[in-house]
Design a protein around this ligand. Structure first.
Ligand code: KG4
Ligand code: ZN
Length: 347
């Protein structure tokens, strides 16, 4: 196996990410450089991602970021052996930007392309950390759009054990944050606000906690947060976002505690059911401090090792896409060389 250089492009939502990963003759692929541009500030004025604006901004950012990555790594386009891009899921127009640029670059260079599943990128992102996991493991995938528990036996060998039947954990964070007047995407802001609050101040539901299966449901929790916020606001004679800081912090802490408790309990059940002794947590919500603390504490007692991506690689980035492509190539998958006609899979 000769050394291979993979350029990865991520553009599924509101961050443009580009990265260069090297596949050595032996061992795990190595991240040479990565660059990221977040559009979050642009979308905040609208309270969420505006797809058309996202696509246009990806167009503006993707080539400068590519040049930055090549400069940082001391490589040139001529060194790129394979171009990888996020094929889905995500916003169709945003995905098309990354796919179009990746295929155009590959065509110009006469190199193969590889489309990557965005969630596989998240799933394999802990392999970029200093202490990468070993297969097999249970994975808790918690992003803005997905919440899944998986059994992972190797690259491409994934079995879904359970998933959300409505909202994702990230959505529960974001929608609750919006009710409390926090700016989009809100998950991180809510968890910061929660630091000053009492997690037992308000009784909120733990949906499907005792369902016996590994599925999740967060829509009802969001409604409960809405009702509780409304009650507090009525008592104070103000709107939800104008509640006193102490009340907002208690609401945030109670909400976070409910989400985290369900995620922790179900992860432990999945570990018990599979008998596996390793847990990988990935996706944006994997950055949550309380979730990490509780998982670490519970798993330490059971001699289960927990792996996370580095904090800055929890949310969307190009490094995880280049890494997932590299691991797929390493495991024998062929990148497409004949045609550069491409499609994306938004769903
Ligand atoms: O994986 P990601 O970047 O995007 C998707 O693929 O969806 O995840 C974004 C999600 C958002 O819902 C965001 O609020 C949440 O991750 N998030 C957090 C934290 N940091 C990001 N949620 C809770 N606590 C955090 N510290
Ligand atoms: Zn993501």
């Amino acid at each position: 196996f000769k050394e291979v250089c993979v350029l990865g492009i991520e553009s599924s939502c509101d961050e443009t990410g580009v990265a260069l990963v090297n596949i050595p003759a032996q061992g795990l692929p190595v991240l040479l450089a990565h660059a990221l541009y977040s559009q979050i500030a642009m979308h905040q004025a609208y309270g969420g991602v505006v797809p058309e604006l996202a696509s246009r901004d990806h167009i503006r950012r993707v080539l400068p970021l590519t040049e930055e990555v090549l400069a940082d790594s001391g490589r040139s386009l001529a060194d790129v052996d394979v171009v990888a891009f996020t094929r889905g899921p995500g916003l169709a127009g945003a995905l098309l930007v990354g796919a179009g640029v990746a295929c155009a670059l590959a065509a110009a260079l006469g190199k193969p392309v590889l489309g990557v599943h965005h969630l596989e990128g998240h799933l394999l992102s802990p392999f970029l950390s200093a202490d990468p996991p070993q297969f097999p493991f249970v994975a808790l995938l918690v992003s803005g759009g997905h919440t899944q528990l998986m059994r992972v036996d190797g690259v491409g060998r994934y079995q879904i054990l359970g998933e959300t039947i409505d909202d994702a954990a990230g959505e529960a964070f974001d929608k609750s944050a919006k009710l409390l007047g926090l700016a989009y995407p809100g998950g991180q802001a809510l968890s910061q606000l929660a630091e000053q609050g009492n997690p037992k101040a308000y009784k909120l539901p733990r949906p499907l906690l005792h369902s016996g299966d590994l599925d999740f449901s967060f829509a009802g929790l969001k409604t409960a947060v809405m009702v509780q916020t409304g009650k507090c606001a009525q008592a104070q004679g103000c709107a939800g976002p104008d509640l006193p800081p102490g009340v907002l912090a208690d609401l945030a802490a109670s909400t976070q505690a409910a989400i985290v408790e369900v995620l922790v309990k179900k992860s432990l059940t999945a570990l018990k059911q599979t008998g596996l002794k390793r847990l990988v947590v990935a996706g944006g919500v994997g950055a949550n401090r309380l979730l990490r603390e509780q998982l670490n504490a519970e798993c330490a007692q059971l001699a289960i090792k927990v792996h996370y991506p580095e904090l800055h690689l929890c949310t969307d980035n190009g490094a995880m896409i280049a890494m997932a492509a590299a691991m797929r190539l390493q495991s024998g998958e062929q990148a497409a060389t004949q045609t550069y006609g491409f499609d994306v899979k938004p769903r």
